[in-house]
Design a protein around this ligand. Sequence first.
Ligand code: MN
Length: 232
Amino acid sequence: MTQYVIPALEQVSIPVVGTTARFPVQRIYCVGRNYVDHAQEMGFTGREPPFFFIKPANTVVVANAGETATVPYPTLTKDFQHEIELVACIGTGGKNIKASDAKKHIYGYAVGLDMTRRDLQGEQKKLGRPWCIGKSFDHASPIGPITQADQAGDIENAELFIQVNGKDRQRSTVTKLIWNIGEIIEHISVAWELQPGDLIYTGTPAGVAAVSVGDTMHGHVDGLTDIHVKVV
Ligand code: MN
């Protein structure tokens, strides 16, 4: 067995519906501005090529079925925002994957939140600097149990929403993705070799808004396990 000079991090993993075996997380890819109405609310229009950012695996917060997970209000921000997203979970890696073959690489899907320190992201954007401090902080990637693709129903037509304290904040359908799941995988797999365990947060619709300490977020995508996450 390999000996390490400092403690090695434990493998981050996510429960899978219908089995006790867990999904090990590799990288987390996020797609920027992938719903027209959200692109517009962020001040952009049209179908620009998709772009991506990465969060470390250990930003994952697992929201188990029937439980309320907690996310601490992060440091440095006064504008901590939710982004509800469908997450595609890669089971088979590959590079230069065609959109038409992408389904074969997807193990399953989950409901995710791409939590964002929006004020810090905005400052970095203005300065032309990386978004890391706005996006890739601790506890920034809540996610629910994974449903295997063949059990997830018609995910391409699923409705998704997030409510905060029982009130609608974002509501849309996966049909409104600018770049669909296959196209996203095609683009990512040209730039990086996808690996088993990679997660892809596919983007968020309009209505991103701030949460405060004490707020509870309820995320939903048709066919998948709902998530409940409280800001503490
Ligand atoms: Mn996002």
